[in-house]
Write a protein that binds this ligand. Structure first.
Ligand code: ATP
Ligand code: MG
Ligand code: MG
Ligand code: MG
Length: 345
């Protein structure tokens, strides 16, 4: 028979809209012979929308009333909704990509796509991720990590520490995505204000050396011995790869496969597999690299356990180019979820 798939999307993060687009694509491509899709939209107030057309209701910005049952995040009147056989997680960012929903789904005893709680929480945090990768001897961009408390307590010391990185700098909240809150700082005098803004998004912020780079990405799919795609490149149109560029005007182009020498592509694929393993990856991840123009050095930038995932996003396109078309990718992610659940049971 078919398996019912609770498709989780929306969520409380700033990537709410992006997630709606992702989930529509997933629901259109899931193999109807094996799966019956049950869209479950998480509204901006955290309430799960399961009745009617959850896509339309979320797109309309509805903020439904929460169930009177205090333990349930469901909308009122949906208390008798049966649990799906498994969950497909299409939530980006806070709440969905950072371990929270994974913990909840563990408590529901249902399989879910992607990695487990620890990997998701650590992978969402760029500071923790750098430490994990550094401990494996992987090269990351030089950085200074700051907490909001420390920034308030000793601004001058913090600024002096960051100054050692040179200019330009990149300031980014530790736990975000889609370039939200990421700023390029070209003058030392602008750093303090950029930090103040970054701390409105997160209590932990990274300041990184700003490199002149090509942006190379790799798609990873699987568990201990994952499939690693050939690298792709994002050829960035603006000063860096911004939110506007990613989702609004889209002037950047992508090239798949990336036009880089074969030895370099092999190196990047090996590093992606190592980074995935060091982060306890499972399911999928898009591992992002910086290729420094001047020196040819390859730095790991970050990893995204729930990367942009419409059929024309970078991750699915890289997978398709490496032999896994979108519909099959969805099936494989679900089979991986079932396999992981069976291992844990
Ligand atoms: P994603 O949407 O991929 O999850 P993100 O919000 O997690 O993005 P990053 O990938 O870390 O953020 O940074 C966004 C963009 O900013 C990068 O793609 C790159 O263009 C630029 N950038 C970030 N850090 C640096 C750096 N140290 N040097 C040069 N450019 C950088
Ligand atoms: Mg990211
Ligand atoms: Mg992201
Ligand atoms: Mg990125």
């Amino acid at each position: 028979g078919t398996l019912s798939v609770g498709l989780l999307f929306g969520g409380e993060s700033p990537e709410h809209e992006v997630s709606i687009v992702t989930a529509r694509a997933i629901s259109e491509h899931l193999d109807p012979a094996r799966f019956q899709v049950r869209p479950m939209g998480i509204a901006r107030n955290g309430v799960w929308v399961v009745n009617g057309d959850p896509f339309a209701r979320l797109a309309a910005g509805e903020l439904p009333t929460r169930s009177e049952h205090p333990f349930l995040p469901l909308e009122r009147g949906a208390e008798t909704t049966p649990l799906p056989d498994l969950f497909f997680n299409a939530l980006h960012g806070a709440g969905g990509e950072d371990g929270q929903i994974q913990g909840y789904l563990e408590l529901l005893h249902r399989p879910y796509t992607g990695a487990g709680l620890l990997a998701m929480a650590a992978g969402m945090d760029k500071w923790i991720t750098k430490r994990l990768w550094e401990s494996e001897g992987l090269l990351v961009v030089p950085y200074v990590g700051l907490t909001q408390e420390r920034w308030k307590r000793e601004q001058a010391v913090c600024l002096a520490e960051c100054a050692k990185l040179g200019l330009p700098l990149f300031v980014k909240p530790a736990n975000l995505g889609s370039s939200i809150g990421v700023e390029k700082v070209k003058q030392a005098g602008d750093l303090a204000a950029a930090l103040d803004r970054a701390f409105t998004f997160d209590r932990r912020v990274l300041v990184e050396q700003g490199l002149d780079v090509r942006e190379i990405e790799v798609a990873v799919l699987g568990g201990d011995e994952p499939l690693v795609s050939s690298p792709g490149e994002v050829i960035v149109a603006d000063e860096f790869y911004t939110f506007e560029d990613k989702y609004l005007h889209g002037k950047s182009r992508t090239e798949i496969p990336a036009q880089i020498p074969e030895e370099l592509a092999d190196l990047v694929r090996k590093l992606a597999a190592k980074a995935f393993a060091a982060s306890d990856g499972y399911g999928m991840a898009r591992v992002d690299f910086f290729l420094e123009r001047l020196t040819g050095r390859v730095f790991l930038n970050e990893l995204n356990f729930i990367p942009g995932f419409t059929s024309i996003s970078m991750y699915p396109k890289m997978m398709a180019a490496s032999g896994v078309p979108y519909a099959e990718l969805l099936t494989r992610l679900i089979d991986l979820a079932l396999a992981r659940h069976a291992q844990m049971a």
